[in-house]
Write a protein that binds this ligand. Structure first.
Ligand code: GTP
Ligand code: MG
Length: 452
């Protein structure tokens, strides 16, 4: 077919926010599934991607999204765990997401991971809207299943409305403290200048039509040019996760953000030691509206076009890193593509010095974010790597000259049991946290104590 939607790329929408503020529940409501209920303790462990076709978007949004008004094929949502740094979501030197939804619990307001998310949105210049979630928990709320928010507001008592307004204005104030001017989305004229706040409930579905309407409108109006790319060219993607799958060995969960990938293609992937050159054995795709992370049944497909979440099965993927680039070689010279991948990894690489602390993080993106934060705090880095804390890291940390540098900072990683033994034997101190600035605060407090 030659319809426009075949040539426009699906916008990538990242869903971010503090733990338990309702990111997965919001997506569940949009795709009509129940991923959140199936999660252990309802905590999202990894990043997932879900393609939601225009048809589904317009079903959910009713009169707010008429399919004939849009030529985008739908939206690709990326759910991020609250305890995980969103910075994994990188692409060729920028942010992987075209747009983001910052989910904030109206009762809780801004929390540490909300702040962290907003800092990254600011740094990467990613446009975003705010979903002020859990409006149904407002005292005296009269739920209006699946209705647009203004319709629902008409049905609320003066008291309930006033209570909700109070929380929403507080949120608008918190955004202003962060340097963002915002307002209720229906008052926003220019979404590039003002952040739209959409009151929603992932529980009752109130405001979900508005959220989808705003997302589609924004993507169509401001991003259409960026979406008009040559999706037939060689594929570009980012590794979300490296996972063992029965019968396939190590596989990659990838977000393809540009071009096309075919079964049999030669690809280059960022590895722990050097770029991995391998051949795609199988491309596995979750069904539409299904989540790549929880889906048990995948369809084997011959090709996948951007933007999409896809599982890649290929030999030699054990050393691939979360956050690393994936490139289809196509008709280019393989060395050229290896250099491209090396250059991109070098871009992320952290400046290390002769003296400093050891940093370990779960993904390239979070390692980069850690390095930025440490540089701001003027803490030198001796070694920085992706991966769990191993005995070797303890050995390296113990070589630091200054006692305040005999330290390992671990972000979202495990400590291997033999490394624990090493830690007991040396004077190396370990700091762990899953919020970057808290980790650095803890370390700085330790240094202050030491110097006192
Ligand atoms: P992480 O993935 O752990 O970061 O959390 P999350 O942001 O994905 O939150 P999740 O969707 O798992 O929701 C957390 C809890 O809040 C669950 O118990 C949900 O049922 C509840 N919840 C989410 N949205 C709403 C809402 O709009 N109203 C009410 N009343 N409860 C909600
Ligand atoms: Mg979640």
């Amino acid at each position: 077919s030659t319809s426009q939607s075949d040539t426009l790329r699906t916008p990538i929408v990242a869903v971010l926010g503090h733990v338990d503020h309702g990111k997965t529940s919001l997506l569940d409501k949009v795709r009509g599934s129940a991923v959140s209920e199936g999660e252990a303790g309802a905590i999202t462990q990894h990043i997932g991607a879900t393609a939601v076709p225009l048809e589904t978007v317009s079903q959910m949004a009713g009169s707010l999204v008429k399919p004939e008004d849009f030529d985008l094929p739908g939206l690709l949502f990326i759910d991020t765990p609250g305890h995980h740094s969103f910075s994994t979501l990188r692409s060729r030197g920028g942010a992987l997401a075209d747009i983001a939804i910052l989910v904030v619990d109206v009762n809780d307001g801004f929390q540490p991971q909300t702040e962290e998310a907003i800092d990254i949105l600011k740094r990467t210049g990613t446009p975003f809207i705010v979903a002020a979630n859990k409006v149904d928990t407002t005292p005296g709320w009269n739920p209006q299943q699946g209705e647009p928010i203004q319709k629902s507001l008409e049905k609320q008592s003066k008291r309930a409305k006033a209570k909700l307004d109070e929380s929403l204005y507080e949120l608008i104030g918190q955004l202003s403290d962060k340097g963002f001017s915002s307002d209720f989305y229906w008052r926003v004229q220019n979404f590039q200048k003002n952040i739209g706040v959409v009151p929603v409930s992932a529980m009752t579905g109130e405001g979900i039509p508005d959220l989808l309407g705003v997302l589609m409108g924004l993507s169509q109006r401001y991003m259409k040019d960026e979406m008009a790319i040559d999706v037939a060219g060689p594929g570009y993607g980012t590794v979300l996760e490296v996972k063992e799958e029965r019968g396939f060995g190590a596989t990659l969960d990838v977000v393809l953000y540009d071009g096309t990938i075919h079964a049999g293609d030669t690809i280059v992937v960022g590895g722990a030691n050097k770029p991995i050159v391998t051949e795609v054995r199988a491309l596995l795709q979750p069904r539409p509206n299904a989540e790549i992370r929880t889906e048990k049944r995948f369809d084997k497909v011959d090709e996948v076009r951007a933007a999409a979440g896809v599982k890649i099965a290929a030999p030699d993927l054990e050393d691939a890193m979360a956050g690393a680039p994936v490139r289809v070689v196509g008709d280019r010279d393989v060395d050229e593509v290896i250099h491209e991948v090396e250059a991109e990894l070098a871009d992320i690489e952290v400046t290390t010095e002769e003296e400093g602390v050891v940093v370990k993080a779960d993904t390239l993106g979070s390692l980069e974010a850690m390095a930025n934060a440490l540089q701001e705090a003027e803490v030198p880095i001796l070694r920085a790597e992706v991966g769990d804390i191993a005995p070797r890291d303890v050995a390296v940390a113990s070589t630091a000259r200054e006692p305040e540098h005999k330290v390992i900072l671990g972000f979202n990683v495990d400590v291997l049991s033999n490394a624990e033994d090493e830690l007991d034997k040396t004077d190396v101190k370990l700091f762990e946290d899953d919020v970057i600035y808290q980790l650095i605060d803890e370390y700085e407090e330790f240094v202050d104590e030491m110097k006192r």
